[in-house]
Design a protein around this ligand. Structure first.
Ligand SMILES: Cc1ncc(COP(=O)(O)O)c(C=O)c1O
Length: 397
């Protein structure tokens, strides 16, 4: 599979192609997505939803085709349950603000959330936020969730599906069951799961699910909030104005039904049109195959790093999930990232990965992170391990 995908990605075509291991941040784009974007700008660079002329109708049809593709991708009941946003962050903010959570109630998250699934809840004025601590091994403690939910004050549970630190899979289905038993809604940050494993929102048993299309070979500037129809119907928009209303008078307005009420103003139509190409491309690869491929590669990477005395951090059982975070004694994390690039063209990310709160709790200053995708190869993994050998040799290790 990786060789076939690489042929579709212009950036990976040349002799000097980078070893791109920063996929948890953003993925590279294949030709069908680039062509769909170009087709929008060349053949129909206008708005949808307002004018009646043929060009506008055409854009509208493409956007709705993308919405239907996302709906199918998530196993949703209907395309109208798919709200387009800028990214996962905006989708999570829309849920945090739009749900109108009861004053005095509590929102629960895990203790390993990306800032985007933490800060929006910390900033709610009349609602408390609390993190349920994991086990010493860094995993979710279902008993702790049960005990906390039994107190009966929780209105929303919002959890990441797959961690952007180490690929750890949160048992979302089990948490959702407990949350629903105690009357709480369940929102999932699927930024790292939807691009890498099959997701079915009904099988998961959740109420809302957010992800970013740019992390699954899609265009930048497109995210998704899927919500059950009755949940979306009860929500307020984050931004209002043009396109969100049925009618307006000087003394009031009526909001449109979802999803229109949430998509204010003219949109990033190029990205929305090209979203269908991304969904179809990833679907065509088969997410099970993508997941198994990443498993093989990241297991080898983790094992190779550990053999070399490199410290791999995260949950002790989070192995083979496509993301490996690591530190090397006596080398700063940013210095290590620069050495990997300078010596071998390996692009990783260094820092806190928007997991500031987790690193703070652990007393760690950050890590280097290698995150893999469908176009990465075992050869690239071995190459990175070779570059680590070179770095260690230069350090006299
Ligand atoms: C787990 C997780 N949640 C949320 C986000 C935020 O995604 P975006 O920046 O596309 O809004 C990311 C991005 O890195 C992520 O990894």
């Amino acid at each position: 599979m990786p060789e076939r995908v690489r042929e579709d990605i212009p950036l990976l075509g040349g002799e000097d192609a980078p070893v791109y291991f920063d996929n948890a941040c953003m993925t590279l784009k294949p030709r069908p997505v680039i062509e769909a974007l170009t087709a929008y700008y060349e053949k129909m660079p206008v708005c949808a939803g307002r004018s009646t002329h043929a060009l506008a109708r055409r854009v509208g049809e493409h956007v709705e085709a993308s919405r239907a593709a996302v709906s199918g991708f998530l196993g949703a009941d209907r395309p109208s349950e798919v709200v387009f946003t800028k990214n996962t962050t905006e989708a999570l903010n829309l849920a945090a603000r739009g749900l109108g959570l009861e004053a005095g109630s509590t929102v629960l998250t895990t203790d390993r959330e990306h800032n985007s699934n933490l800060v929006p809840f910390q900033r709610l004025e009349k609602v408390h936020h609390e993190a349920v601590r994991g086990t010493r091994e860094g995993e979710v403690d279902l008993e702790a969730w049960k005990q906390r939910l039994e107190r009966g004050d929780v209105s929303l549970v919002s959890v990441c599906h797959m961690s952007n630190l180490d690929g750890y899979k949160v048992p979302v289905g089990a948490i959702a069951e407990i949350a629903h038993d105690h009357g709480a809604l369940v929102l999932v940050d699927g930024a790292q799961s939807a691009p890498h494993m099959p997701v079915d929102v009904h099988a998961l048993g959740v109420d809302l699910f957010a992800f970013s299309v740019h992390k699954m070979m899609g265009p930048t500037g497109v995210g998704v909030l899927w919500g059950r129809e009755d949940v979306l119907e009860g929500m307020e928009p984050l931004v209002s104005g043009g396109s969100t209303i049925e009618t307006t008078r000087l003394d009031g307005h009526t909001l449109r039904d979802p999803p229109g009420r949430f998509e204010a103003g003219l949109q990033g139509f190029g990205g929305l049109v090209a979203t269908r190409a991304a969904v179809e491309y990833v679907d065509g690869l088969g997410l099970k195959e993508v997941q198994e491929h990443e498993e093989r590669l990241s297991l080898r990477l983790q094992e190779g790093l550990e053999e070399r005395g490199v410290t791999v951090i995260g949950a002790s059982r989070a192995k083979g999930n496509g993301i490996v975070s690591f530190t090397l004694e006596d080398v700063g994390i940013h210095e290590l990232a620069i050495l990997l690039e300078d010596k071998g063209g390996v692009l990783v990310r260094s820092g806190l990965h928007c997991l500031d709160s987790w690193f703070y709790e652990q007393g760690l200053e950050g890590s280097c992170r290698a995150s893999l995708y469908a176009y990465n190869t075992l050869r690239e993994v071995e190459h990175m391990l070779g570059v680590i050998d070179e770095i260690q040799a230069a350090l006299g290790g």
